[in-house]
Design a protein around this ligand. Structure first.
Ligand SMILES: NC(=O)c1ccc[n+]([C@@H]2O[C@H](COP(=O)([O-])OP(=O)(O)OC[C@H]3O[C@@H](n4cnc5c(N)ncnc54)[C@H](O)[C@@H]3O)[C@@H](O)[C@H]2O)c1
Length: 429
């Protein structure tokens, strides 16, 4: 397979051209022939104009790429090495939503030929590739996995907004359904991943490795959030505690904060789902999830308390929230916990203004029915810096004073600043 891909006799397809799929498709297209398929016609049309709809890549990243962008699944028939990187989110009951993954498997299954490879990159629970996806491929193609076509799994570790660690600079785990496929898949990925690859012994190991990377991060942050709530009651600055504790060689450096987005706050539920299905009710993972999910309510409650302590009636206050994306320096607003915080504040009838230099006001309005303000006022009772965008890093004490009225409260959720209490009340997690 790899040799023929190298000679451009065989073509790679990438299904799902989002944060994961597009950089991958372009990296392969610098060396090989690629078909990029996405169901969104609108997104495909942007990509045809060298525009990344996810706003992560520059138009120069499309230069020299041998790629055909399509929204017609039939075009996948021209390819032989199919990569699937569609979303794996959860529904309102926090249960995995496998619909995109199953639909993408159907698209590939319909055109699958003898000798083809199918590699899944979407984050899933261990067993999902072989138990949920392969049967669809087999049913629609009439072919048998292992004998007629091969399957693999290679989780993505890309970190949106992190320009220092692009796809090619992050070591990649690969796996295959047998020894031969593992070697072929490894060779294909090795040709673009400068950081090298790690060959996992089975598909399930590779799936489980990805899911625990994010589960571990979620849990570590939840511990910091719990500590932050305890220390807040004791009037101890958590950031200072972490700085002091961090001087020990084996103290892990995590910080409190809102855990949103479509990975860290979602992936643990995939593991929980599978675990429950096979008879084990996870305790630690779910309690971490609960702590992280309750942070917006905790922060809102603290703000209300502080406003009242300063003689202000919450119903008559105006609060500015700076940052609504799920993390710093990205445009992605999916599953943003800042939105939960805004809603909590609105429940208390607070007049909330929201700004964000990265988020699209249209998307925010469409997704959350929230209107962002164009111009900020100069009479806020409190400002919440919710996201550590680079634009917010250098804001001074004077800046916050200039946009607030008397006795203002500055809530620094990411611990960016270190203001002393001169004219404003500074609070951080
Ligand atoms: N974004 C990240 O940082 C990141 C990191 C590691 C892993 N992942 C995982 O990678 C997977 C993809 O995530 P993403 O962030 O790239 O998602 P995304 O939402 O940015 O992109 C998904 C793309 O898939 C398309 N799509 C949806 N259903 C489709 C279908 N049936 N056929 C073809 N195209 C379809 C959408 O139109 C969209 O363009 C998820 O499983 C995610 O958990 C994401």
């Amino acid at each position: 397979m790899f040799k023929e891909i190298q000679e451009k006799k065989k073509v790679i397809s990438v299904t799902g051209l989002g944060y994961v799929g597009l950089p991958l498709a372009l990296a392969f297209a610098k060396k090989f022939k690629v078909i990029g398929f996405d169901i969104s016609k609108e997104r495909v049309e942007l990509m045809r104009k060298n525009i990344d709809p996810s706003k992560e890549l520059e138009s120069s990243d499309f230069d020299g790429a041998d790629i055909k962008f399509t929204y017609d699944a039939k075009d996948l028939a021209e390819a032989h090495f199919h990569i699937i990187g569609v979303p794996t989110d959860i529904d309102s009951h926090k249960v995995p939503n496998l619909t995109p993954l199953k639909k993408a498997s159907e698209s590939v299954g319909k055109i699958l030929k003898k000798g083809d490879y199918v590699i899944y990159e979407s984050t899933v629970y261990p067993g999902c590739t072989e138990e949920d996806c392969v049967p669809i491929l087999e049913k629609l193609s009439g072919l048998k996995m292992g004998e007629d076509f091969k399957v693999g799994y290679s989780p993505e570790r890309i970190n949106p907004g992190d320009k220092a660690r692009p796809l090619t600079k992050i070591l990649k785990i690969v796996s295959g359904c047998d020894e031969e496929s593992l070697e072929e898949i490894a060779s294909v990925y090795e040709s673009i991943i400068e950081a090298g690859i790690y060959k996992a012994p089975t598909i399930k190991v590779a799936e489980a490795a990805k899911i625990i990377e994010n589960t571990q991060r979620d849990l570590n942050i939840s511990l910091m959030n719990e500590l932050s709530m305890i220390f807040d009651l004791m009037d101890i600055d958590t950031k200072e505690v972490l700085k002091a504790a961090g001087t020990k060689w084996n103290f892990l450096k995590f910080f409190p904060g809102l855990v949103g987005g479509h990975c860290i706050g979602v992936d643990p539920y995939y593991l929980v789902h599978k675990s429950k299905k096979i008879g084990y009710d996870p305790q630690v993972i779910l309690s971490g999830r609960r702590i992280n999910d309750q942070m917006p309510a905790f922060i809102a409650k603290r703000l209300i308390q502080m406003l009242i302590q300063r003689g202000k009636n919450p119903q008559e206050t105006k609060v500015l929230v700076k940052g609504i994306t799920f993390k710093e320096d990205v445009a992605d607003i999916r599953n943003s916990k800042v939105v939960d915080l805004i809603r909590e504040l609105m429940e208390f009838s607070i007049n909330v203004h929201v700004v964000d230099p990265h988020a699209s006001p249209n998307e925010v309005a469409h997704e959350y029915k929230l209107t962002m303000v164009d111009k900020i006022s100069d009479d806020y009772d409190a400002v919440i810096v919710a996201v550590a965008h680079k634009e917010y890093q250098e804001l001074s004490n004077e800046y916050f004073k200039s946009i607030t009225n008397e006795k203002p409260i500055i809530m620094d959720l990411k611990g960016i600043y270190n203001f002393s209490d001169n004219g404003l009340v500074y609070w951080r997690l």
